[in-house]
Design a protein around this ligand. Structure first.
Ligand SMILES: Nc1nc2c(ncn2[C@@H]2O[C@H](COP(=O)(O)OP(=O)(O)OP(=O)(O)O)[C@@H](O)[C@H]2O)c(=O)[nH]1
Ligand SMILES: [Zn+2]
Length: 186
């Protein structure tokens, strides 16, 4: 649980500081709404993504598994405005240790629901999968648009940031890595 009372006080202060009247009709409920919103969009702070991989299926598949185009929404830790896009998660299971596909998307979702950096989402998802599933290798690619670069500051709408984290066999196996990147692109 986030501290609703504290968030409400803070939002009220911000509204006053920017020259708004926090008691006018349209804003009266805003501090409480923002507190509820933070509860939702920062819920990943309370969740360890490793818990999604506590159930492992035993399946004899030591070939590529790729879940691509996983939409996500996150909050830039520098400006507290959204950045959002898609994540692509690939791994090659080892020793029959296969996870439910949805767990890959859940891990992305929850890691994103924190004040974040795109690089940290990318590496944390990759390292969590490496640590929990102990696969041959993992590739995570994240593509996102940062509202802090779109609506303010440098103002470059449409600019996309692409980050990748490559682990295990994909580090040395250029062909396997290229296959993943071409499947993501296609
Ligand atoms: N590496 C990284 N940088 C990010 C991310 N999200 C936002 N940023 C950058 O964080 C930087 C913060 O820069 P500062 O110079 O401290 O802040 P600022 O004066 O508001 O910077 P401008 O955005 O350039 O106006 C900016 O360059 C943002 O583009 C992210 O996920 N990863
Ligand atoms: Zn930002």
């Amino acid at each position: 649980m986030v501290d609703h009372e504290k968030i409400q006080q803070a939002v009220r202060m911000i509204l006053e500081a920017v020259g708004e009247d926090p008691d006018r009709e349209g804003l009266a409920e805003t501090p409480a709404r923002v507190a509820r919103m933070y509860e939702e969009i920062f819920q990943g702070l309370k969740i360890d993504p490793r818990e999604y991989f506590s159930v492992i299926f035993s399946e004899d598949h030591e070939e590529l598994v790729l879940v691509k185009d996983i939409p996500f929404y996150s909050t830039c830790e520098h400006h507290l405005v959204p950045f959002f896009g898609h994540a692509h998660v690939a791994y090659i299971p080892k020793g029959g240790r296969v996870t439910g596909l949805s767990k890959l998307a859940r891990a992305v979702d929850m890691v994103a629901k924190r004040p974040q950096l795109q690089e940290r989402i990318t590496s944390l998802v990759a390292d969590t999968i490496m640590g929990e599933l102990e696969p041959h290798g993992v590739v995570v690619v994240v593509e996102a648009e940062h509202m802090c670069m779109t609506m303010r500051g440098v103002k470059k709408p449409g600019a996309k940031t692409i980050t990748s984290a490559v682990r295990g066999c994909f580090v040395d196996d250029a062909a396997a890595r290229a296959e993943v990147f071409s499947l993501i692109k296609g």
